[in-house]
Design a binder for this molecule. Structure first.
Ligand SMILES: Cc1cc2nc3c(=O)[nH]c(=O)nc-3n(C[C@H](O)[C@H](O)[C@H](O)COP(=O)(O)OP(=O)(O)OC[C@H]3O[C@@H](n4cnc5c(N)ncnc54)[C@H](O)[C@@H]3O)c2cc1C
Length: 410
């Protein structure tokens, strides 16, 4: 006999939504998952739908550190996702000008080269000299690496489906259904742009896991319900640029099993090539305020471009009031040229001979930012039956399956 007949609605099937759905269904509830993508899996422009993400437990905050350590244990042993985890280690370095003391420092040439496979040791760039001369500090954590993000996210949702979760695509939620009670509003379900409605059952709740779309969706919902005076929006999106280069067969062999290299001064990071020889390089930064994530239900979901946002900028710049929000605005159609140049220069610093490899594509990937970079997993104030799980601030993928376990406590 099922534990109860509570029906939960999870909106969004990125890593937040998929892991929540899986945990809820494992707990014996009924679960409906809705995504604006065609097939109900994380959309192509969703942050979780990516080649790879860094998995690391190197946080100064002990809570995130413990959570990430727990997550790494899952990555290692989970039947579902361990096949997508590559524990190649993570090499952190400071950049050239930082005077900082680091525990477990990698400082000698032997130590530094030992972090890399033999095939790359004589191909390292100026990073090598800067570290061994002491101009740059570094440490290596072998307990970490990267995950095949899109595949792992889909595997979690597949498992939820196998256990009975109902997953609907083309389900672009644009309204919540409310029941007015004496003292509060209670969410009873959702409405999609195409008119379909979905309802919670029993003590079920609606959980918004819409990543960088949270700001727009919450704004629309609250404005419609005249709740804006009670609620200040907790998250906003920032557009981050990612570049992917293609390595030839020989280069793939040479750079296979290299660690993730992350500069915590300028946020630059790169991965080993994946099984198709694709190498992702990016900068973890404040990003760009525009473009906003696309909410057009009539166009196919592709990566947005900076050109998409020119009208938005004209229309909305005046409305940005969140203090601390990044505010850079660019008008280039694709990756801003200064960013592309910077990313490749940074790559040259680590692996000089790869800096001229062909760029296969660049994409915009959205962070859902919060003011203090803490994730937001909470009830929406003034509304019953609504949980918002967002504010990943560019670092929540790594906890994958573990995330659902936290959210199931709400
Ligand atoms: C460039 C980049 C690099 C990153 N690197 C790392 C890293 O190395 N390590 C790490 O741990 N994390 C990293 N992150 C962060 C990580 O990607 C996110 O924390 C995580 O993917 C967020 O998942 P999510 O489920 O909240 O959002 P998403 O994955 O974006 O999923 C949101 C889903 O909601 C759907 N949706 C939106 N609106 C609606 C609607 N109205 N109705 C129905 N469905 C809707 C979307 O279609 C989408 O499928 C990175 C992020 C970016 C952008």
């Amino acid at each position: 006999m099922p534990i109860d007949q509570d029906t939960y609605i999870v909106v969004g099937s990125g890593v937040f939504g998929s892991s929540t759905a899986l945990e809820l269904i494992r707990a014996g509830h009924k679960v409906i998952v809705l995504d604006r993508s065609e097939d109900g899996y994380c959309a192509p422009d969703g942050a979780s739908n990516d080649l790879n993400k860094i998995v690391r437990a190197d946080y100064s905050d002990p809570h995130y550190r413990n959570l990430a350590k727990m997550a790494i244990s899952y990555w290692r042993r989970s039947d579902l996702i361990s096949q997508y985890y590559h524990e190649v280690g993570v090499l952190f370095h400071t950049g050239t000008s930082v005077d900082q003391t680091i525990a477990y420092e990698v400082s000698s040439s032997d130590q530094f080269k030992g972090c890399f496979p033999v095939s790359t040791r004589n191909r390292l760039g100026r990073l090598n000299e800067d570290i061994t001369s002491g101009r740059n500090k570094a440490y290596f954590n072998p307990r970490g690496g990267w995950a095949e993000a899109g595949k792992a996210t889909n595997a979690v949702l597949d498992e939820a489906k196998r256990l009975g979760a109902q997953v609907y695509g083309n389900a672009h939620v644009n309204k919540l259904l409310f029941q007015d009670r004496d003292d509060s509003k209670r969410v009873t379900g959702v409405r999609c742009a195409d008119g379909r409605t979905f309802h919670i059952g029993g003590k079920g709740q609606t959980i918004l896991c819409v990543g960088a779309w949270s700001e727009g969706l919450l704004r629309a919902i609250f404005e419609e319900q005249n709740l804006n005076s009670q609620i200040s929006l907790p998250t906003w999106s920032s557009a981050q640029v990612v570049i992917t280069i293609q390595l030839n067969e020989e280069q793939q062999k040479i750079y296979r099993d290299t660690p993730v290299v992350l500069c915590f001064e300028n946020g630059n990071y790169c991965f080993e090539p994946d099984s198709n020889g694709l190498m992702k390089i990016a900068i973890h930064s404040g990003g760009y305020r525009f473009p906003l994530p696309s909410t057009n239900t009539n166009t196919p979901l592709t990566f947005p471009t900076f050109a998409d946002s020119i009208a938005e900028q004209a229309d909305r710049t005046a409305k940005i009031t969140i203090q601390g929000a990044p505010s850079s605005v660019v008008k280039e159609a694709r990756c801003p040229t200064d960013q592309a140049k910077q990313i490749l220069q940074n790559l040259h610093y680590v692996y000089p001979e790869l800096a001229n490899a062909p760029i296969v594509y660049d994409r915009i990937c959205f962070y859902s930012e919060s003011l203090d970079e803490n994730w937001i997993i909470d009830h929406a104030p003034g509304v019953k039956g609504l949980v918002v799980a967002s504010g990943d601030s560019g670092h929540a993928f790594k906890v994958s399956e573990t995330l659902g376990k936290i959210k199931s406590e709400y």
